[in-house]
Design a protein around this ligand. Structure first.
Ligand SMILES: [Zn+2]
Length: 349
């Protein structure tokens, strides 16, 4: 997997092994990190919080790689690691004894107490390479209460030269006892100028870069994911499907066209459209719309439905999304049919 592919869909452990360059919009966070390190003010535990697609895991991986590199003191200002010392080689091979990566087994799964026991066992040993120990814990909001409680003591007194880097898309769901033991860094959405060149390079076109950046609500990694491959095709399929609904197609039959498509992605695309519709319905201002290519559909929808109707559809989508994320396994076709029937009723009433 290339570095970009790892950034877009890699597991945290892969991120730790593969990510060797700093994302251009993260320079200020990197400077803060280096400054804290140089002045002996690096906390024991950091929580990187912020929306999905900003590069939290890449930044966490960069911090970890930097701390573990044996030639750290000789690196240039924005160089993450030398990539060649014994420690870097072990990290890249995924076998560094002083590095532990903990993450939910897959999306929508939890971090259970067993995983945290492994952290505590790891912490009971001294650093084998004589340098830092790094624990990268992704999806801190996915820890069960038991797991979080088991982590508290270790997080409070991790010992010298240890860094916990936790990441979370949903910091409001991280237990307060965990939050209070971490220094929190909230990653902001970068201004377009800060990521424009990078996005243009990834998407091969400046207009495409800006288009997908807007659709991704300003999250650069998400913009690349949206603008490429499967996700882009799914979105196009949904645009065609909704056009068919407006023209009177049968929702249940249309739902079948999305059979085998990831329900989470379908819901996310629809949620973004509903948010556009609600903004448009409230303000009447088309300039606030993110999915500009869906405007013809919105104009039709705004004629028929009211803002409170869109809120209902949005609530339904959020609820199904929450169930999916909580690990319950709704029947995707039933969810889709039910949702599309409600959409259809509003698109042509
Ligand atoms: Zn190195």
């Amino acid at each position: 997997m290339s570095e970009l592919a790892t950034l877009l869909q890699g597991a945290p452990a892969e991120m730790m092994m593969k990510v060797d360059t700093l994302l251009p919009w993260q320079q200020s966070y990197w400077h803060d990190f280096q400054h804290a390190l140089a002045n002996g003010r690096l906390p024991h535990a950091l929580l990187l919080a912020g929306a999905s697609g900003l590069g939290k895991q890449a930044l966490a991986a960069a911090m970890g790689a930097h701390l573990l590199c044996e030639r750290r003191d000789t690196l240039a200002a924005e160089q993450i690691s030398c990539g060649q010392c014994h420690s870097c080689m072990m990290r890249k091979a995924g076998s560094h004894p002083d590095l532990l990566v903990v993450a939910p087994a897959e999306q929508a799964k939890l971090i259970r107490i067993d995983a945290v026991r492994a952290v505590n066992d790891f912490m009971a040993q001294t650093a084998q390479q004589g340098g830092y120990r790094v624990i990268m814990l992704s999806g801190a909001d996915a820890m069960t209460v038991g797991a979080a409680n088991a982590l508290l003591k270790t997080l409070e007194e991790p010992g010298e030269r240890t860094l916990f880097v936790l990441t979370s898309d949903l910091p409001s769901r991280v237990l307060p006892t965990i939050l209070s033991r971490c220094q929190r860094w909230t990653l902001a959405h970068p201004p377009y100028q800060a990521c424009a060149a990078w996005l243009t390079a990834q998407l091969d076109d400046a207009d495409e870069a800006q288009f997908w950046w807007r659709i991704a609500d300003g999250a650069p990694l998400r913009a690349v994911r949206c603008g490429r491959g499967d996700w882009r095709q799914l979105r196009q399929k949904m645009i065609e499907l909704f056009d068919a609904l407006v023209r009177g197609a049968e929702p249940a039959a249309e739902a079948a066209r999305l059979d085998k498509q990831p329900l989470l992605d379908v819901l996310d695309i629809g949620i973004a459209w509903l948010e556009d519709l609600i903004r448009l319905g409230l303000s009447g201002d088309e300039r606030g719309v993110r999915n500009v290519d869906v405007l013809p559909l919105y104009r039709q929808a705004v004629k028929n439905g009211r803002v409170r109707d869109w809120y209902r559809l949005l609530d339904y989508a959020h609820e199904q999304r929450r169930l999916l994320m909580a690990g319950s396994n709704p029947n995707p076709m039933l969810v889709l049919e039910s949702w599309l029937i409600r959409w259809a009723a509003l698109l042509r009433s």
